[in-house]
Write a protein that binds this ligand. Structure first.
Ligand code: NDP
Length: 505
């Protein structure tokens, strides 16, 4: 043993004399109950795994900073955005969505893009994706949607029938399906993709004027994707390629960066806009809401302990700071509950005390106490109730968001503009994708949808056709479907289409 080498101890600091031989009665012989070192070691090992995230289970993380480059104080009073040149430490977790912890990074899937800004007014979490939109617009559908992306309850296999059955019965998904099956569904790495808030949020300034805002983090490495063939190969050659790429880039000083742009909409513009701006299946066209640059995010430090810092990191879109709040986007409203709730289940009631999750630029003070794994960080020398006439913390009335008028029916009701699900999916096909992008999109769809039942293929292809006739025709031809059948189905209402494709054809 070298002089500097530390002595091996139990978890409670007692020295251990032998870590290679269990304590037995006789030799060989039964192991003694009094081998407390063995019991502690096995007992801890048995509990090493915690429940994996039900979504976004596979991910990589890094620390970095956000620097403000443009003045946005007319829109928000958030202190971390209050001054050009101001830097705020952050932690990011980048992930796939549907796969388990051991799944391949190159799977076709949206990529999670979750950022925790350690601001002086508390932690601000922005929990986005690498796409500006989502498959569904009501959180009531979320568990069903995710079930269809995971494993079949009987076979424990990924199942093309349930995947496409749900999507073809949920036409609002067509815009995101088009993104997902384009080559942007398989980014070359976490560094070569954009990040989006996807949701709309509220920003409000010192005067309590409020604005609706969408965030776009534009990669400064440039967009790069894998083709389907490259992604399939990568899955077998290096299932962890994106995790490795991020770690190695940061380790070698090649710090990845993104430029943050926002789109701003006034409440007045929102009232009269041609579609519901809070519907997450739609983007706000740039021509109507030109992006404004806010700042730059740089990732420059790898975590030292994957489990402690990445696996136990816990983000919630409900973590706001003064100057930023929620919008009525229904998917966001559902996530405000669900993220915090899942961390309570996965990590326990004191997950906020873990170093990666705790505020770094300010302290937390409140009257919440105890629970599993409490280590007293918030139970300082003041009472555990409010109000009190001692030295306990008190609310700051200035910290609240502006009051808003809300009226209408309390009811289960769809968004008020449900009929234009196909326009933007058609726009991306017609206006944005190159000829090569279109060919790859069709090939990616055909190779996946081709594994589903024919009636489901027909129903889904009719939805592609409704987005754009060329798009639908090419998918139909790729699948060997009769284009006339697809055209007829596309002309029907969704209800008629569902009825017409109930039986296997
Ligand atoms: P614009 O032409 O102003 O914007 C199109 C956007 O698409 C740009 O952000 C572009 O930037 C991005 N883009 C380019 N190639 C692809 C691709 N292969 N896959 C996905 N995105 C791509 O048009 P609009 O704002 O009117 O939007 C038209 C369509 O573009 C929308 O229906 C939507 O599907 C798509 N889109 C729109 C976005 C928005 O926020 N308005 C954002 C992303 C896509 P870049 O290459 O840097 O990503």
């Amino acid at each position: 043993m070298t002089e500097q080498q530390k002595i091996l101890t139990t978890n409670f600091g007692a020295p251990v004399n032998d870590d290679q031989n269990s304590m037995t009665a006789g030799n060989p012989g039964p192991i003694l109950m009094q081998d407390v070192h063995l019991l502690e070691k096995l007992g801890h090992f048995d509990r090493e795994r915690i429940p994996e995230r039900v979504v976004h289970a596979k991910g990589a993380g890094a620390y970095g900073y956000f620097e403000v480059t443009h003045d946005v104080t007319q829109y928000t009073r958030a202190k971390f955005l209050s001054e050009v040149g101001k830097k705020t430490e952050l932690f990011i977790r980048l992930s796939t969505v549907g796969g388990e912890r051991g799944s391949a990074d190159a799977e076709r899937d949206p990529r999670g893009f979750a950022i925790k800004f350690y601001t002086e007014e508390g932690n601000y979490d922005l929990v986005g994706n690498n796409t500006p939109i989502f498959f569904i617009r009501d959180p009531l559908k979320f568990p069903d949607f995710i079930h269809t992306q995971k494993r079949h309850p009987v076979t424990n296999l990924k199942d093309p029938d349930m995947f496409w059955d749900f999507l073809s019965l949920t036409p609002e998904s067509i815009h995101q399906v088009t993104f997902l099956f384009s080559d942007r569904g398989t980014p070359r790495s976490f560094r070569h993709m954009h990040g989006f808030s996807s949701h709309t949020y509220m920003w409000y300034n010192d005067e309590n004027d409020y604005f609706w805002v969408k965030y776009h983090f534009k990669t400064e490495q440039g967009i790069q994707n894998l083709t389907r063939e490259e992604a399939d190969r990568m899955k077998s050659v290096d299932p962890d390629h994106a995790t490795r790429d991020l770690h190695q880039a940061i380790e070698s000083g090649e710090y990845p960066s993104w430029r943050l742009e926002v789109q701003i909409m006034t409440p007045k513009q929102a009232e009269s806009y041609r579609f519901d701006p809070f519907d997450i299946t739609k983007v706000w066209p740039h021509a109507d809401f030109p992006p404004i640059t806010v700042g730059r995010m740089v990732l420059n430090r790898n975590p030292l302990n994957y489990f402690a810092e990445v696996e136990q990191s816990a983000f919630s879109p409900a973590n706001f700071v003064p100057g930023i709040g929620p919008s009525p986007d229904k998917m966001l409203q559902g996530r405000l509950f669900s993220y915090h709730d899942t961390h309570l289940h996965r990590l326990g009631p004191n997950f906020h005390l873990l170093p990666v999750n705790a505020p770094k630029a300010c302290a937390a003070h409140n009257y919440q106490r105890d629970g599993f794994m409490s280590f007293g960080a918030t139970s300082g020398g003041y009472p555990n109730y409010y109000p009190n006439s001692f030295s306990g913390p008190a609310p700051d009335a200035k910290a609240g968001e502006p009051a808003r008028n809300i009226s209408g029916l309390a009811a289960r009701q769809p968004y008020t503009h449900p009929n234009d699900d196909f326009v933007q999916a058609g726009d991306i096909y017609r206006k944005v994708l190159t000829d090569t992008d279109k060919t790859n999109l069709i090939g990616n769809i055909v190779s996946h949808l081709g594994n589903a039942q024919k009636r489901i293929q027909l129903r889904q292809t009719a939805i592609f056709y409704k987005a754009d006739s060329d798009y639908g025709r090419r998918v139909a031809e790729g699948l060997g479907l009769n284009v006339n059948d697809v055209v007829a189905l596309a002309a029907m209402s969704q209800e008629e289409r569902v009825n017409a494709t109930q039986e296997n054809i």
